[in-house]
Design a protein around this ligand. Structure first.
Ligand code: DHK
Length: 154
């Protein structure tokens, strides 16, 4: 039997973590965050699928793929700026039959007003923001706890 999968999706500009506005986003790279997520997922018996794209359509395709995959048990998503702009992303996330955690490195509510609106929040099971890269690990822990409380098919 293949291991159940937790999917972590990252949107635009997150490939620049480490050097991008470190005062806001920290000095950890996306590879550092991926390694921490992988350890957290595998410790809980999940395989980790961790992806980043700068393209909105690719994000949508990956969400569709996850919606069709019986192995996917939960999705954490930092959609970057698409969080605040994309109705298409909202609609795609509505297709997912598994828990969703919205992740942001920064506390978007303490920033510019245009970041206060999220098209992800209405479809999220939970939201983690303001903890830098550690927020992704909190999201993995939250997804695993949620799945343990309500396993697929139960
Ligand atoms: C990341 C981005 O790229 C921004 O567009 C969001 C988010 C905030 C973050 O804090 O991880 O507004």
């Amino acid at each position: 039997m293949t291991a159940p999968v937790l999917l972590v999706l990252n949107g635009p500009n997150l490939d620049r973590l480490g050097t991008r506005e470190p005062a806001v986003y920290g000095r950890e790279t996306l590879a550092d965050i991926e390694a921490a997520c992988r350890a957290a997922a595998e410790a809980r018996g999940y395989a980790l699928d961790f992806r980043q794209t700068n393209h909105e359509g690719t994000l949508l395709d990956w969400i569709h793929e996850a919606a069709d995959s019986p192995a996917t048990r939960g999705v954490a998503i930092n959609a970057g700026a698409y969080t605040h702009t994309s109705v298409a992303l909202h609609d795609a996330l509505r297709l997912l039959p598994v828990p969703i955690v919205e992740v942001h490195l920064s506390n978007v509510h303490a920033r510019e007003a245009f970041r206060h609106r999220s098209f992800v929040s209405p479809v999220a099971t939970g939201i983690v923001m303001g903890f830098g890269g550690h927020g992704y690990v909190l999201a993995i822990e939250g997804l695993a706890a949620r799945v343990a409380a309500a396993p697929a098919g139960a």
